[in-house]
Design a protein around this ligand. Structure first.
Ligand SMILES: Cc1cc2nc3c(=O)[nH]c(=O)nc-3n(C[C@H](O)[C@H](O)[C@H](O)COP(=O)(O)OP(=O)(O)OC[C@H]3O[C@@H](n4cnc5c(N)ncnc54)[C@H](O)[C@@H]3O)c2cc1C
Ligand code: SF4
Length: 510
């Protein structure tokens, strides 16, 4: 059953064998595995049930329904916009469907540095095979690349750089281009489509518009989750709800999980919780082309340039893909304001954005902010700013190689360059602290798993080292930045944590 918390008689009490917090890929996978193994599962989700039938393709309607703070969450100094989704499916509802495995050099490093006895590289390989099958992951063929992605391909090939097509989890996609607003055609093999029916058929309950506030613990064991029911319009608390459960699995994302653990005072002798947040921050350079690009049409993000990303080299940490947006989001993506911004927006149909995403070394901090919110502190260090500068320079060269007439650099204030030889300008802007418009869509690593309980809070099965019955199953678990889109690995972790939880605690419930 899937129902909304504000429809319950409040205050309300529920009980379960397992309470999962958060219905993103990590939470839905773990909850489904546990329910199918016979545990009574209650899953609490702060967002709504957003189905294909209710997806309207309107930004003003869908962005508030799909995103925390309607997409306007930022770091405390407003330097980085941190976009995260909510709803049954979490960010998989509105993400772009790219699927990539964590590269082998990173898995080997994690094994060396963090132990990960229960998740060595061969176990990842098996989980990836299974997850790719489950999500129907396939390469987007060249004939389905839209004009925007064809420009990135053309630029990459013209410069003789490394690049290639991307793999996505789609089935029956008609190329409407609305992925970022949720799919009205049910063509995304996301966490809602892949798991919700299975979870419900196994007896699992999903309670939407229900935000967990803190864990109730006693004598070193988790006992319950305290939550609030949210009003559907204002998203303010309407009343309280408590779920008693001997097992709790946190999957509230790399920001939400770390905030909940800290707000609940869960012990962490190593002090890592919330202190090692990676964001993969990125910036977009925008090219103006003679011919129309109509970037909003067709399958988004089907090609990548990997010339400046090398997992064996710390001096190559920039991944380049395409960036597209519908009008309101494009207006936010195109930097600047006033007459200059208006003039660029009149060229909307001719604009092509190339995004540079940083495989970041900077460690940010996430902590609770009152009962319901959280605070993110993140300032890219000098090395990371240098990498971003290189990436932006490369993306600018790619745009010119693909035929752009002029390129807009997202510095504060924005700069316009007219030829590839002016790219030194880009570097100067990027290197100064706080001078770039940054956006991040991949928070991770805030509760990094590790087998040493003096250092890590959670082990490589997802089990908390210092609180019995407590588990974590989301992007928090990565021991560092992964440098590739994370969803495939989060689904894989969800399956792994769900199975580990059942194996260890299966007999704890009723
Ligand atoms: C715009 C955008 C595009 C992206 N594109 C891609 C892509 O193409 N490929 C890719 O691999 N990755 C992509 N990602 C990232 C990917 O979607 C995430 O890494 C992935 O969804 C993380 O899964 P998760 O389970 O850790 O968290 P989430 O998906 O964030 O799910 C966490 C859930 O927990 C809920 N929650 C949080 N706090 C609470 C609380 N206190 N109580 C109850 N519920 C709570 C949230 O509402 C949310 O539904 C994209 C992300 C964004 C924002
Ligand atoms: S492009 Fe495909 S997956 Fe994206 S919204 Fe359209 S039909 Fe759905």
């Amino acid at each position: 059953m899937i129902h909304a918390a504000d429809g319950l008689q409040l205050p309300a009490r529920m009980s379960a064998d397992l309470c999962v917090v958060g219905a993103g890929p990590g939470g839905m996978a773990a909850a489904t595995v546990a329910a199918e193994a016979g545990l009574r599962v209650v899953l609490l989700e702060a967002g709504d049930l957003v189905t294909p039938a209710t997806s309207t393709q309107r930004e003003e309607d869908m962005l508030p329904r799909l995103l925390w703070h309607a997409g306007a969450r930022t770091t405390e100094d407003r330097r980085v916009r941190v976009v995260q989704g909510h709803g049954v499916g979490g960010s998989s509802l509105h993400n772009i469907n790219l699927c990539k495995r964590v590269p082998s050099p990173i898995l080997q490093r994690w094994r060396r540095d963090r132990g990960l006895e229960q998740l060595p590289p061969p176990a990842w390989d098996a989980l990836y095979d299974e997850t790719e099958q489950l999500l129907g992951v396939q390469t987007i063929p060249a004939e389905r690349q839209n004009p925007l992605n064809q420009l990135l391909r053309a630029g990459t090939q013209a410069l003789g750089w490394r690049g290639g097509p991307l793999r996505h989890n789609r089935a029956g996609c008609i190329g409407s281009g609305f992925c970022a607003l949720g799919c009205a055609y049910d063509a995304k093999n996301n966490a809602l489509k892949v798991f919700a029916r299975r979870l419900v058929e196994a007896g699992g309950q999903v309670v939407t518009r229900c935000q967990a506030v803190r864990l109730r613990t006693e004598a070193g064991r988790v006992r319950a989750v305290s939550a609030v029911a949210l009003d559907p319009t204002t998203r303010r608390p309407r009343g309280r709800l408590e779920v008693s459960a001997p097992i709790v699995c946190l999957a509230a994302s790399a920001t939400g999980t770390a905030a909940l653990l800290q707000r609940s005072g869960v012990p962490d002798p190593g002090g890592e919780t919330g202190q090692r947040l990676h964001l993969h921050p990125g910036a977009v350079v925008v090219g103006d082309f003679e011919q129309p690009v109509r970037a909003w049409e067709g399958i988004p993000q089907s090609y990548e340039c990997t010339e400046w990303l090398d997992f064996e080299r710390p001096d190559r940490r920039a991944w380049i893909a395409t960036a597209f947006a519908h009008p309101a989001s494009a207006a936010a993506m195109v930097p600047g304001h006033g007459e200059m911004h208006r003039e660029w927006m009149t060229r909307y149909a001719h604009l092509a954005g190339f995004s540079v995403m940083l495989h970041d070394e900077t460690r940010g901090v996430v902590e609770p902010d009152g009962e319901l919110d959280l605070k993110i502190t993140y300032r890219p260090n000098r090395d990371d700013r240098e990498q971003l500068a290189r990436g932006l320079r490369a993306a600018t060269r790619l745009l010119f190689a693909a035929g752009a007439r002029r390129v807009l650099i997202p510095s504060r204030p924005p700069r316009v360059v007219h030829r590839a030889t002016e790219v030194g300008e880009v570097e100067a802007a990027a290197l100064e602290d706080g001078r770039l418009e940054l956006t991040a869509v991949h928070p991770m690593g805030s509760v990094p798993m590790g087998d040493d309980p003096q250092r890590a809070a959670v082990d490589s099965a997802g089990r908390h080292h210092h609180m019995d019955g407590l588990w974590v199953s989301d992007a928090s678990l990565f021991p560092g930045s992964i440098g590739v889109p994370p969803q495939l690995s989060v689904y894989a972790l969800g399956l792994h944590v769900g199975r580990s939880l059942v194996a260890r605690e299966g007999g704890t419930g009723s």
